[in-house]
Design a binder for this molecule. Structure first.
Ligand code: F6R
Length: 242
């Protein structure tokens, strides 16, 4: 793993945004794995800015998002479909039909998981996956568990995740379930970039990098992957030994 501690989230946004833009410049039909939440927003802004300046085009890119809430309409203001439209897709020249999501309202979660696996496989697999990390060490919505998960599945969100994300839900209660790519599916990405900022992530970051590898902290699985870059601010890196 390559670990970079940069001065703040703006610097991380520039570095990661530029990394994704360079990737797409080299491989215009790249397959990107994308995340929602606060962590990737500055990187998405950077990608949008560079696209607007004509430095990079996402016209041939394909994207697959990590997760989506269950029991929430796709066009609800808090859905991850809406988040991606607001934070990235509306600002770049990516055709809407090139964007892939799990359907949190699918009747058959197993069929939906298989559909997503095949869609990613047919696109050639994810070239580069962007991740955040939950305060409890989750990646995607893979919450602490007894076993590492493989393919996409429907998961019950934990109290820690509900506490962290319910601030965004002001009209209805936050959904209690989500569909998420499994840890195994995430690890199939050829390259992984994880962003963590703020002191609330310091414990999770320490366990991810220095703790016991265990599904109790799903992010520890990333240590098995040969090409992971971790971008931290000083607060998120505060508990690391070195
Ligand atoms: C979102 C996702 C989650 C977030 C994590 C951190 O698609 O998969 O794992 O990355 O909850 O969220 P933020 O960035 O809001 O702290």
């Amino acid at each position: 793993m390559n670990i970079f501690v940069l001065e703040d989230e703006a610097a991380i946004g520039r570095a990661v945004g530029d990394l994704f833009c360079r990737f797409v410049q080299k491989k215009p039909a790249a397959v990107l794995g994308l995340a929602t939440g606060a962590s990737p927003v500055p990187a998405y802004r950077r990608m949008a800015e560079r696209c607007r300046n004509g430095e990079v085009s996402f016209r041939r890119v394909r994207t697959f998002n990590l997760d989506e809430y269950c029991d929430l309409p796709e066009d609800h203001k808090n859905s991850y479909h809406t988040f991606m439209r607001q934070e990235l897709f509306s600002w770049v020249d990516l055709p809407p039909e090139n964007t892939g999501f799990l359907n949190g309202n699918a009747e058959d979660e197993f069929a939906e998981s298989e559909r997503y696996r095949l869609a990613i496989e047919k696109a050639g697999g994810i070239d580069i996956q962007l991740l955040g990390i939950g305060r409890n060490g989750h990646i995607g919505f893979n919450e602490p568990a007894e076993n590492f998960t493989a393919e996409s599945y429907k998961t019950a969100l934990t109290g820690s995740t509900i506490a962290a994300n319910s601030i965004y839900f002001d009209d209805i209660p936050m959904p209690r379930y989500a569909m998420t790519m499994g840890v195994g599916a995430i690890l199939r990405a050829r390259q992984i970039v994880l962003i963590a900022t703020g002191g609330a992530k310091a414990d999770a970051v320490k366990i991810m990098l220095e703790g016991e590898m265990s599904p109790r902290c799903p992010a520890t699985a990333l240590r098995q992957h040969p090409d992971v870059q971790v971008y931290l601010d000083p607060q998120a890196a505060a508990l690391l030994r070195k």
